[in-house]
Design a protein around this ligand. Structure first.
Ligand SMILES: *[C@@H]1O[C@H](CO)[C@@H](O)[C@H](O)[C@H]1NC(C)=O
Ligand SMILES: *[C@@H]1O[C@H](CO)[C@@H](O)[C@H](O)[C@H]1NC(C)=O
Ligand SMILES: *[C@@H]1O[C@H](CO)[C@@H](O)[C@H](O)[C@H]1NC(C)=O
Ligand SMILES: *[C@@H]1O[C@H](CO)[C@@H](O)[C@H](O)[C@H]1NC(C)=O
Ligand SMILES: *[C@@H]1O[C@H](CO)[C@@H](O)[C@H](O)[C@H]1NC(C)=O
Ligand SMILES: *[C@@H]1O[C@H](CO)[C@@H](O)[C@H](O)[C@H]1NC(C)=O
Ligand SMILES: *[C@@H]1O[C@H](CO)[C@@H](O)[C@H](O)[C@H]1NC(C)=O
Ligand SMILES: *[C@@H]1O[C@H](CO)[C@@H](O)[C@H](O)[C@H]1NC(C)=O
Length: 292
């Protein structure tokens, strides 16, 4: 009799137990913000572009305002004060975090259509160490003031002079229509002077920028297993996205927290006490309560 009852109920119990497991597993699903902020920006194979950057595959709440990245022709680009910079590399292990960027208008050319000085939004970035201000002089009243190349400006061939390191005294008789400062790595500037690299290659190597964020705050969040992001309540400031929810600083242990049970379903199973996700599967499979 007992075994007959068990036999006839078996299919139902099987379904019920699967439903019950599914209900409980759904409680274990990682927080969407935690999941979405887990990957770096996927653009042109430039790796490791992560917090405080957002855009492309990273939701707005995975970064901080102003650090939006666009993917243009497989190039990660950030815009700042009317200039576009391509991100060549990000290093999140430095304090503060750093990126190497290059001006998009000077990419593989030193003859851009318009002449604009490099300017930063200093509330977002500052210059890193190991760079120098290379200066380009366009349309000068003299033919020889040092290193030079030819440019086509308004369909006219004209000489552009470049000075890898800032000069102390520029002769007063030299006058140029345009002067543009483009930072390069000091090592690249030295390589130009030593004729070991071309000016365009030096510019293409970019220059270092430090991110103006609270690095310590983000590192602590990540060390606790979280992912750094934006406080979505206030749409400003920091939040630490953790497996279970967002916290203001770091992820907390949830093992001891009591939460309302998600409906035991069917018969038996767990009661109203929250069971930590990692032991839930074992708990459900390991307690054949239907057959007791
Ligand atoms: C990302 O960073 C890690 C650790 O710093 C490094 O080993 C890896 O090469 C980087 N990946 C890319 C694509 O730059
Ligand atoms: C600098 O960036 C901040 C943060 O995104 C922004 O609020 C501000 O308007 C920017 N300043 C300029 C001059 O673009
Ligand atoms: C990041 O910076 C650290 C410290 O300067 C350096 O050791 C490391 O090689 C850099 N990582 C990458 C991927 O450039
Ligand atoms: C760039 O900055 C230099 C030095 O401040 C200045 O002399 C020059 O006129 C600026 N160039 C442009 C295009 O604004
Ligand atoms: C480079 O020029 C910028 C202004 O364009 C200035 O803020 C910065 O201090 C200069 N850096 C060096 C190393 O000369
Ligand atoms: C300038 O433009 C002319 C005609 O478009 C071209 O033949 C010449 O090679 C160009 N010179 C440079 C230095 O780009
Ligand atoms: C968001 O900011 C508010 C106001 O500063 C703060 O009370 C709250 O704890 C923050 N929430 C998170 C998840 O960071
Ligand atoms: C499940 O239980 C086995 C043995 O009882 C244990 O080794 C394993 O770590 C447990 N798995 C989880 C996810 O708790």
């Amino acid at each position: 009799m007992h075994s007959f009852l068990l036999q006839s109920l078996f299919p139902f119990l099987l379904i019920a137990s699967f439903l019950s497991i599914n209900v409980k597993l759904s409680l274990c699903q990682d927080d969407a913000q935690f999941t979405n902020c887990g990957s770096s920006i996927n653009c042109g194979g430039v790796g490791n572009i992560s917090y405080p950057f957002y855009g492309v595959n990273r939701a707005t709440y995975c970064g901080q305002p102003g650090y939006e990245v666009q993917c243009l022709n497989k190039v990660p680009v950030i815009n700042m004060k009317g200039l576009s910079f391509r991100i060549l590399e990000m290093n999140s292990t430095t304090t503060p975090r750093t990126v190497t960027v290059a001006r998009l208008d000077y990419w593989s050319t030193i003859c851009p259509p318009t002449f604009v000085n490099t300017t930063l939004n200093f509330s977002l970035f500052d210059y890193g160490s190991g760079y120098t201000n290379m200066t380009f002089y366009y349309q000068c009243n003299i033919n020889n003031i040092g290193l030079s190349k030819q440019c086509n400006i308004s369909n006219t061939v004209s000489t552009v002079f470049y000075v890898p390191f800032p000069t102390v005294n520029q002769p007063s008789y030299v006058s140029c229509t345009d002067e543009v400062i483009v930072p390069v790595y000091t090592a690249a500037a030295e390589a130009i002077v030593a004729s070991q690299t071309t000016v365009s290659d030096a510019v293409n190597r970019g220059f270092p920028l430090e991110l103006q964020i609270n690095t310590d705050q983000c590192n602590k969040c990540e060390e606790s297993g979280g992912r750094c992001g934006l406080n979505t309540t206030t749409n400003s400031g920091f939040s630490c996205f953790c497996r279970d929810q967002a916290y203001a600083t770091i992820c907390y242990e949830t093992t001891n927290s009591i939460q309302p049970g998600g409906g035991g379903g069917g018969g038996g199973g767990s009661g109203g006490t929250f069971v930590p996700c990692h032991s839930l599967v074992n708990y459900t499979f390991g307690t054949p309560s239907y057959f007791r």
